[in-house]
Design a protein around this ligand. Structure first.
Ligand code: ATP
Ligand code: MG
Length: 335
C-alpha cells in the first residue's frame, strides 16, 4: 500500500473538476479507502460542497484562520517560521477535508518568488524558497501521518499560476477533467506544455545543494492517470453534434500533448460522467453525492436508476484510480 496525492487539474474553468473530486472522494470512503480531500482553490468550492455555510463560517472568522489551509501557510507568508499543523475536518468515517480559504490567493506572490529563490546560490534565501514551495506537500504529509489516509485528492482553481504550480509539485498524479469542446481541446495542449515545464523546473530545483537538510521534498512527478470526459449538456449553448466531433479528437490530442506519444490509448479515458440533471440540485440539498441519494431525497423511478448507474460509474472510476495510482495492490470492493 502506498499513499498518493492526486490533483484534479485543467486550466479551463467550470468543466466540473470540483464536482468530480467531491463524488470520487465519497466513493473512496464508500469502498473503505481512507481519503483526504484538500481544497487548494481560493474559490473554496470544494469546502462549500462538503460543509454548510454556518459550519464554514466558523473556519473563516475575522482575523487569523488557524484551521484552514491559509492558517497552515500563514507563518511562512508572514516570514514568522515554517508551516503550522492544520487539523483536517472529519466529514464522515474515512473522509476528511483540509478546509480551503478565500485568502489563499495571498500566498501566490510568496510562491512565485520562492520558485525563483530555489535557484539562487544565496543559501538562506534558497532554503526559504524550498520551504515555501514544499509547504503544500508537507501539510498533506503531516495530515496523512495523523489521520492514516491512503490518498489525498487535491482541488485547484483554473489557472496556471504559482499556486497551482506548487499544488501540482505536491502531486504524484494528475487527473484531467475535460469537456468535448474546442476549449478543452485547446486547453489540453497548453496543459501538456505547462505540466512538462513544471515537472522539469522542479527536477532542476530539488537536486540542488541548497535544499535544507532534513526537509521532506515532494518528487513532483505529476504523472497523468488519464482524463475524465464531462457531459456535453453542461454547456447547453453548443450543439450536441459538435460534441461527438470534438470528442473524437481528444484521445489523439491527449496522447500527443500530455503523454508526448503518437500511440493513442483508449484506456486514457478514465470515465465519462453524464449530466446529473435534476439529481444535482437534489444532491446539493441533501449534501451528499448523487450516487447516495435515496427515495426519501426524491430519487424514485427513473431517478433511482440514474443513481445506480452513477454509483457503478464512480465505483469503477475509484477502482481504476486505486490500481493505476498504486494506492493498493489488491482490488477494492464494497464492504
Ligand atoms: N455531472 C454534472 N451534472 C450536472 N451539473 C454538474 C456536473 N458536474 C458539475 N456540474 C455543475 O457545473 C458547475 C461547474 O462545476 P464545478 O464547480 O465542479 O466545475 P470546476 O471545473 O470545478 O469549476 P472551476 O474551474 O470554477 O473550479 C457547477 O454548478 C456544478 O454544480
Ligand atoms: Mg472547482
Amino acid at each position: 500500500m502506498s499513499f498518493k496525492t492526486i490533483a484534479f487539474f485543467n486550466n479551463k474553468g467550470g468543466v466540473g473538476k470540483t464536482s468530480l473530486l467531491y463524488h470520487l472522494a465519497w466513493m473512496f470512503r464508500e469502498l473503505g479507502v481512507k481519503v483526504l480531500a484538500v481544497d487548494l482553490d481560493p474559490q473554496s468550492n470544494l469546502s462549500a460542497a462538503f460543509m454548510q455555510d454556518e459550519e464554514l463560517e466558523e473556519f473563516w472568522p475575522e482575523g487569523p484562520h488557524p484551521r484552514t489551509i491559509l492558517g497552515a501557510v500563514s507563518p511562512l507568508m508572514e516570514h514568522e517560521g515554517d508551516i503550522a499543523p492544520v487539523e483536517a475536518v472529519r466529514i464522515a468515517d474515512n473522509l476528511s477535508l483540509v478546509v480551503g480559504d478565500l485568502g489563499l490567493g495571498e500566498f501566490e506572490e510568496r510562491l512565485s518568488k520562492g520558485w525563483a529563490d530555489c535557484l539562487t546560490d544565496d543559501r538562506p534565501v534558497a532554503r526559504d524558497g524550498f520551504r515555501v514551495i514544499s509547504a503544500f506537500h508537507r501539510i498533506i504529509a503531516a495530515a496523512r501521518d495523523r489521520g492514516g489516509f491512503e490518498v489525498a485528492l487535491v482541488d485547484v482553481g483554473p489557472s496556471v499560476g504559482a499556486l497551482n504550480r506548487a499544488a501540482l509539485v505536491a502531486s504524484d498524479h494528475v487527473v484531467i477533467p475535460l469537456a468535448a469542446d474546442l476549449f478543452s481541446l485547446q486547453g489540453l495542449r497548453n496543459l501538456g506544455r505547462t505540466l512538462r515545464k513544471w515537472r522539469e523546473g522542479w527536477n532542476e530545483r530539488r537536486v540542488r545543494r541548497t535544499v535544507p537538510p532534513g526537509l521532506e521534498l515532494p518528487l513532483g512527478s505529476m504523472a497523468p492517470l488519464g482524463y475524465v470526459l464531462m457531459s456535453p449538456s453542461m454547456r447547453q449553448n453548443r450543439p450536441v453534434q459538435a460534441y461527438a466531433r470534438w470528442g473524437a479528437r481528444i484521445p489523439a490530442v491527449y496522447a500527443h500533448s500530455i503523454l508526448g506519444s503518437d500511440a493513442v490509448l483508449p484506456s486514457a479515458c478514465l470515465a465519462e460522467v453524464k449530466h446529473f440533471k435534476s439529481l444535482m440540485p437534489m444532491a446539493q440539498d441533501a449534501r451528499r453525492p448523487v450516487f447516495m441519494l435515496t427515495g426519501a431525497d426524491g430519487a424514485i423511478g427513473g431517478h433511482a436508476a440514474a443513481v445506480r448507474d452513477t454509483y457503478a460509474l464512480f465505483e469503477a472510476l475509484a477502482q481504476r484510480v486505486v490500481s493505476d495510482a498504486g494506492i493498493r495492490s489488491e482490488p477494492i470492493h464494497r464492504a
